[in-house]
Ligand binder design. Sequence first.
Ligand code: ADP
Ligand code: F6P
Length: 473
Amino acid sequence: MGAGISRPQARAPGTGRVVIVSNRVPSPNEKAATAGGLAVALADAATSGSMWFGWSGRRAEETSAEASIALSDEGVTYATIDIAERDYQKFYNGFANGALWPLLHYRTGLLRFNRPDYEAYRLVNRAFAHALLPLLEPDDLIWVHDYQLMTLAAELRALGVENRIGFFLHVPFVPPSLLQVLPPAAEIMAALSACDVIGFQTVGDVKAFLENVSETLGVEPGRDNRYSYASREIRVVHTPIGIDAKKFAKLAERAELTPEAARLHESLGDRALVLGVDRLDYSKGLPQRFDAFGRLLYAYPQHRRCVNFLQIAARSRQEVGSYQTLRRELDRRAGDINGEFSDFDWVPLRYMTHPVKRNAIAGFYRRANIGLVTPLRDGMNLVAKEYVAAQDKENPGVLVLSKFAGAADELTEALIVNPFDADEVAAAMHQALVMSLEERQERHAALHTKVWTTTAQRFCEVFLAHLRGGALI
Ligand code: ADP
Ligand code: F6P
């Protein structure tokens, strides 16, 4: 990694440098190693000559006025700022993850709103804008990501930035009856409207957003999901994210040979494997999933001793109270299930909370007979797509997928379930465990085509085409 800002050459109109802005910026040489979909989906957009701007991961005494710059081996400029500890707590744990995250996942009961947290959120978004400003070139395309940065475009406009700005929301969006629970709902809608293009994961999210344009901003959207606000025309688009399926499939094939895969194979013998891989987050439906596995063992006793459930749940946002409560809850339920069904030589549920290397996860997916992806609400859920990509097409496993994951809009050949219904999820697991090879192959072939079509690369191409103001490709 070298130092220095990459200065772009003069470019033809509409072909400006892409500047990605996100709260979390992956470390330059291990782009997608951390748990979380954003880094995985954007790895492909960060190509030579582009810039990725965001938080350094450091909490300091003061927020940096200027970004630190690093150039990666692939020619991507990484520009990051430290954030003051006092602001970060309120911005990240407070407003972003204590108010916006639960609200956007339809969990108003978990929403904690207070004014100082919201003010710190605005302040951090403003600090991002100030530090980004001197790095911008006139033809840069600015692409802002996710709910932590919903007011950034408005701050950039206030500083006189006239570049094209796009915003993509990785999480779901909610209809007006829910959004209006948030006191600054109208301010946030107005701030987002400083963008030229706003993208969502699903058609349902686009619809919910446009309803808010009408009800919260009082503006009627016109043709092509466009609306005008404060002298700007905004286009709202549906651009679902994906993965680099080819690369992930290769990783999974090679991962079969890793020591981790060998240890897992050995520990399972010929038992079936049900696998869950998630951040430890209440949106992922983990307590309900544990209960469903308990129901499987209870209602279908033929699977006792013949199946293991491995849940990998990487610890996440541990300073937020609702995440601490969830962890205690899962410890308890895992103990209950194992206490009830374990034998002296068989423990049905394996539950771990530390991150696992990406290639090891790929190998685990490939060994798993069932990929159990049952969020209560999820923007997309890339784990579902990774599971499909990792399968051996001659002998594929079965994806059991929540109807409330954005991925369920596309991956309709999975066994689609309501994650709130433990009996239904247990029945789907049973169906998967007894499914014929022919049916598994048919379902997998259809899912494979989809995961190979809506890739991360396609996501970036389509969103950036909209941002350039061009037609769909
Ligand atoms: P989210 O963005 O809400 O975390 P996604 O399913 O879209 O959910 O993306 C999760 C990404 O993080 C996937 O690429 C997945 O492989 C990775 N991941 C999830 N859990 C773990 C874990 N326990 N250890 C390592 N990586 C994980
Ligand atoms: O899915 C939403 C999301 O913000 C992703 O975009 C991100 O990768 C993940 O959650 C991890 O969040 P955090 O940065 O809080 O660990």
